[in-house]
Design a protein around this ligand. Structure first.
Ligand code: CTP
Ligand code: MG
Length: 417
């Protein structure tokens, strides 16, 4: 059976998001994620939206049909409206309820495609990485006159056919096998007919191409994409991690504290005078430091570096010095909060390098203890923290012994690495 050339300049895409995601349900429940995999977030929008955006980039695609679980239809219609408001795709869209089997969902989705459409792309929302180039290839093959075109990749595993007892029945020749994907492209009329026959005659299939095969149509296979994975099992969730999180982060922190001048007698100033602490280590004999908290200049710089990793602003935002609650607060608490933010952002510190800049006191003798203490605060091994000290050769406010400063650089890796 042959068919006339489908009109691929007027194609609609049916995006299937009506499955129950059984194989991922437990993992999603444990992770506190959405109930169904098609609602997982990718770049801030549910998975199915990625496919919608991909199809909207194709010239021939004139509209979209979203197929959702019946019980979610109203909520998802509102969600698509919201997404369109934020990210207008410039295409008409419809949404409908799916059915128990994938093939039912496709049939119901096809019911929404306008009769004048020439071709249809049927796509699993669970394959968010399919590219526009792939969809173009599929439409291109349809345009050459096939009633069905599907993406396929060569298989690298040897495939066995087994019986109900898991005994091998046969080993098909690998070179002739293809693992097929979506989007699958069809001439609309023949696909509707094939679905109608499947309904009438009780055919059970796992993709639409199988219906077309049974109905006697030639199905062309175009080159698929290795990256066009169907999010199916818990291990696939790794693929949805934000790309940005795959890169290490380095951040910097800086802080200055003034010393209490010799002979200072203003009680308001003296109320803020703290004995010197650096990295949580008391420095006996050092000048007193003016501060709202305990005045640990090093831990303040370190906290800002941690907040830099987490993209969480700065220490002043988190712990305003107008807030009496932080009066004489041990700065280890700031570091702990910085660390919590880093972890919340999906990173873990690997290394810290801190420099104390002061004319007085001599910091050298305390460096090892400070490094050990900072390592403990960051939950790092001691050899992952370096403490340096320098003077500014008598120049500037540190040179004039009016205060000290510290800088900290922290490097962190995303949890995924
Ligand atoms: N799908 C659908 N309607 C169904 C079953 C599946 O629309 N009754 C959709 C899924 O939402 C998915 C695609 O078909 O986008 C491929 O199906 P699959 O990966 O098997 O998803 P689920 O059926 O949801 O997952 P599972 O098989 O683990 O339950
Ligand atoms: Mg399924």
């Amino acid at each position: 059976m042959t068919s006339s050339r489908p009109h691929t300049a007027n194609a609609w895409a049916v995006i299937l998001a009506a499955g129950s995601g059984t194989r991922l349900a437990d993992a999603l429940r444990l992770a506190g994620g959405p109930q169904r995999k098609q609602y997982l977030k990718l770049d801030g929008a549910p998975l199915f939206w990625r496919s919608a955006r991909t199809f909207a980039r194709l010239q021939g695609v004139r509209g979209l049909v979203f197929v959702f679980p019946p019980e979610d239809l109203d909520a998802m219609r509102a969600e698509v409206e919201r997404l369109y408001g934020r990210d207008p795709l410039g295409l008409p869209w419809k949404a409908c309820a799916g059915g128990a089997r994938r093939q039912d969902s496709v049939r119901l989705g096809l019911g929404q495609v306008p009769g004048e459409a020439g071709a249809v792309l049927v796509h699993d929302a669970a394959r968010p990485f399919a590219s526009a180039a792939l969809a173009r290839r599929v439409l291109g093959a349809l345009g050459e006159g096939c009633a069905a075109a599907i993406p396929g990749v060569v298989v690298t595993d040897t495939i066995k056919r087994v019986d109900v007892d898991d005994k091998v029945v046969e080993t098909p020749e690998r070179a002739s096998l293809r693992a097929v994907q979506t989007p699958q492209g069809f001439a609309l009329g023949p696909l509707l007919q094939a679905h109608a026959r499947a309904e009438a005659e009780g055919w059970e299939v796992t993709d639409d191409a199988a219906l077309m095969e049974r109905a006697g149509h030639a199905v062309a296979v175009v080159q698929g994409e290795e990256g066009n994975v169907k999010i199916t099992n818990p291990a696939d969730l790794e693929l949805l991690r934000p790309v940005a999180a795959a890169a290490p982060r380095t951040a910097w922190g800086y802080d200055v504290h003034r010393y209490v001048a010799e002979g200072e007698d203003d009680p308001r100033v003296l109320a803020k005078a703290r004995p010197m602490v650096l990295g949580g280590v008391a420095i006996p004999g050092g000048p007193r430091v003016l501060a709202h908290s305990d005045g640990d200049v090093l831990l303040h710089a370190l906290t800002d570096a941690l907040l830099g990793i987490a993209c969480a602003g700065d220490i002043g935002q988190l712990f305003p010095d107008t807030d009496a609650a932080f009066d004489n607060m041990p700065s280890a608490i700031f570091v702990a909060e910085g660390l919590r933010r880093v972890r919340q952002a999906g990173y873990r510190p690997m290394h810290a390098d801190v420099t104390i800049v002061a004319q007085v006191p001599k910091v050298g003798p305390h460096k090892a203890r400070i490094a050990a203490q900072v390592a403990q605060l960051l939950e790092l091994p001691p050899d992952a923290v370096n403490v340096k000290a320098t003077t500014e050769e008598g120049l500037g406010f540190t040179g004039e012994k009016r205060g000290m400063k510290a800088v900290a650089v922290v490097t962190a890796l995303p949890d995924a690495l």
